[in-house]
Design a protein around this ligand. Structure first.
Ligand code: MUC
Ligand code: MG
Length: 384
C-alpha cells in the first residue's frame, strides 16, 4: 500500500445508551445504563477502525463523562490527527498531549480506532501491533453489586453453574463499614470456599476506617482489596499494603492512571497490584507503559474494566494478551452486564476463563444497525 493510503480520512464519534440488566451499585451511586462513546475512523484506503470509551455514572467515577469525551474528540483530538499517516501511533499520542491535557478516556477511544484501522488494513490482530501475544486466556471475574446479599449469592450460583465465573468482586463502601463486612461475610459463607472473593471500595474509606475494617475483610476471606481509600491518599494505601499479612493483596485502581502514578506507587511500595484500564491510562500503548512499570517493580496486574461493550472489552483483551504472566485475572465482563451489545459475536468464555481474541483488528465485528439503534442523537434522549 502507498503511504497515501494510510491517511486518516474521517473520524466520527457518538454516544450510545444501553441499559444494564440490573442496577449496578457502587460506593458513589447506582447505574441503570452505560453510555459509551463509539469512535469510527476511516483511512484513505477505505478501512474503518472502531474505538470505545465508557464512563460509569456520567462523571462520577472520575472527571470524564460521555459528553466531555464526545466534545474532546470532536473539537480537539480528531482535528489534531486528521490527514496524518495513521500508522504513526506515538506521534498521534504526542499530538493529543499537545492539544489536550488529561481527557485520557477520550484519547484512548481515538487511539483504539487508529490501532484497529491499521491492524485491519494489514489483516493482522491488534495484539501483533502491541508487542505480540503471550497470554491465551484469563480467569474472568464477575461483579456482585445488586445491593442485596441473597440476590448476589443467587447470581454467583448461576455463574458458577454455567462455568463462567468463580472469581467474584463485591462492590462495597456505600453502606456503613460494619454492614459491608456483614454482607461480605454472608457471601463468603454462601460461597463456602468454592470461589475467590475480592472487594472494590472505590475510595470510600479514610485511613482510620481502613485500619479498622480491612483486617475484618481479610478474616472473612477476601484475597484482593481494590482502592480502599481516596485516590490521593497514597500514605493510607501504603500503610494498608505494608500492614496486611500475606493473606490478601492491595490493588490500586483510581490512584494508578499515568505511568508517573505507577512509578510513584512502585517507588513507595504502596500497593501489590495495579488494575489496568485502557481508558484511564489514555490508550493501549500507554497501558503497556504502566504494565512495564509494574513488571519492573514486581507489582502484579489485573485486567480492569470500565464496563465497556464487547468492542472496548476486546480492545482491552488484545493489550492484556501481550503482558506478563504476573496477573490476577481480569474483569472484562461488561458485555454481560448490558441488555445488548454492539458486536455480532462476543468474546468466548470457557471454563471460567475469557478466551483472548485474535484479529483482524480487535477480532470483533461491529453491528452498525445496533449502533444506530442505541445512538443517543437518534433516540433524542437527554443525558442523565
Ligand atoms: C471499578 O472501579 O473497578 C469495574 C467493575 C465494576 O463492577 O465496576 C468497575 C469500576
Ligand atoms: Mg475499581
Amino acid at each position: 500500500q502507498s503511504d497515501a493510503s494510510w491517511r486518516i480520512d474521517r473520524i466520527h464519534a457518538r454516544i450510545v445508551d444501553i441499559p444494564t440488566i440490573r442496577p449496578h451499585k457502587f460506593s458513589f451511586g447506582a447505574i441503570n445504563r452505560q453510555s459509551p462513546v463509539i469512535v469510527q475512523l476511516w483511512l484513505a484506503n477505505g478501512a474503518c477502525g472502531y474505538g470505545e470509551a465508557a464512563t460509569i455514572g456520567g462523571p462520577s467515577w472520575n472527571e470524564e463523562s460521555p459528553e466531555s469525551i464526545l466534545l474532546a474528540i470532536q473539537q480537539y483530538l480528531a482535528p489534531a490527527v486528521a490527514g496524518a499517516d495513521a500508522r504513526r501511533f506515538a506521534d498521534h499520542i504526542a499530538r493529543f498531549e499537545a492539544v489536550c491535557k488529561g481527557n485520557t478516556f477520550a484519547k484512548s477511544a481515538v487511539e483504539m480506532a487508529l490501532v484497529d484501522a491499521v491492524a485491519r488494513s494489514l489483516g493482522v490482530p491488534a495484539w501483533q501491533l502491541l508487542g505480540g501475544k503471550r497470554i491465551e486466556r484469563l480467569p474472568l471475574a464477575w461483579t456482585l453489586a445488586s445491593g442485596d446479599s441473597q440476590r448476589d449469592l443467587d447470581e454467583a450460583e448461576k455463574m458458577m453453574q454455567s462455568r463462567r465465573h468463580r472469581l467474584f468482586k463485591l462492590k462495597i463502601g456505600a453502606r456503613s463499614p460494619a454492614d459491608d463486612v456483614a454482607h461480605v461475610t454472608r457471601i463468603a459463607r454462601g460461597l463456602d470456599g468454592r470461589a475467590d472473593m475480592t472487594v472494590d471500595v472505590n475510595q470510600a474509606w479514610d485511613g482510620n476506617t481502613a485500619r479498622r475494617y480491612l483486617p475484618q475483610l481479610v478474616e472473612a476471606g477476601v484475597t484482593l482489596i481494590e482502592q480502599p481509600v481516596a485516590k490521593w491518599d497514597v500514605q493510607a494505601l501504603r500503610e494498608a499494603t505494608q500492614s496486611l499479612g500475606a493473606a490478601a493483596l492491595i490493588m490500586a485502581d483510581e490512584t494508578v492512571c499515568s505511568a508517573q502514578d505507577a512509578f510513584m506507587l512502585a517507588s513507595q511500595r504502596a500497593c501489590h497490584v495495579f488494575s489496568l484500564k485502557v481508558a484511564k491510562h489514555g490508550g493501549l500503548l500507554r497501558t503497556r507503559e504502566v504494565a512495564a512499570v509494574a513488571q519492573a517493580a514486581g507489582i502484579g496486574w489485573y485486567g480492569g474494566t470500565m464496563l465497556e461493550t464487547s468492542l472496548g472489552s476486546a480492545a482491552s483483551a488484545h493489550v492484556f494478551a501481550t503482558l506478563s504472566d504476573q496477573h490476577h485475572g481480569c474483569e472484562l465482563f461488561g458485555p454481560q452486564l448490558l441488555v445488548d451489545d454492539i458486536v455480532e459475536q462476543p468474546m468466548a468464555v470457557r471454563d471460567f476463563e475469557l478466551q483472548l481474541p485474535d484479529g483482524p483488528g480487535f477480532g470483533v465485528v461491529v453491528d452498525e444497525k445496533r449502533l444506530d439503534r442505541f445512538d443517543r442523537a437518534r433516540a433524542g434522549l437527554t443525558p442523565t
